[in-house]
Design a protein around this ligand. Structure first.
Ligand SMILES: [Zn+2]
Length: 111
C-alpha cells in the first residue's frame, strides 16, 4: 500500500500526518486510521481493583443461648471488615467489627 507521500510508509504516525493533508491517495485511508488509533493509545495500562466484605475467624466464642433458634451452643468469634485492594494487595480496610455467630442458625451479635 502506498500512501502517496512516502513510498516506504507502513503503519507510521508520520504517515498519518502526511495522509491527512489534501491530495493524499485515498487508498491510504485504512493505514492512516490504524496509525491514528496507535497515536491515541500509545501504551495500554490496566489496573485490577477489588472490593468486598472479608471475614477472619478468631476461634471459639462464648457459650450462649441463641435468641433465634433457642439452642445453647458455643458460638464462633469472627472479625468482619470492608476491604479495597489493588492487584490483590489490601490497601484500605474500614468498618471493622467483631461478631459472635451462632453455629446452628448463623445469627450474629456484636462481641
Ligand atoms: Zn441460632
Amino acid at each position: 500500500m502506498r500512501c502517496g507521500v512516502d513510498v516506504r510508509c507502513g503503519v507510521d504516525v508520520r504517515c498519518w500526518a502526511a495522509a491527512a493533508q489534501p491530495g493524499a491517495v485515498a487508498e491510504s485511508g485504512a493505514v492512516a486510521q490504524l496509525a491514528l488509533s496507535r497515536a491515541a493509545y500509545p501504551d495500554l495500562v490496566f489496573f485490577i481493583f477489588g472490593y468486598g466484605t472479608k471475614q477472619q475467624h478468631l476461634g471459639a466464642g462464648l457459650t450462649r443461648t441463641c435468641p433465634r433458634c433457642h439452642n445453647t451452643t458455643q458460638w464462633v468469634r469472627i472479625r468482619e471488615f470492608k476491604q479495597f485492594s489493588v492487584f490483590f494487595i489490601p490497601v484500605l480496610r474500614w468498618k471493622r467489627r467483631q461478631l459472635e455467630i451462632c453455629t446452628i442458625c448463623s445469627t450474629a451479635v456484636d462481641a
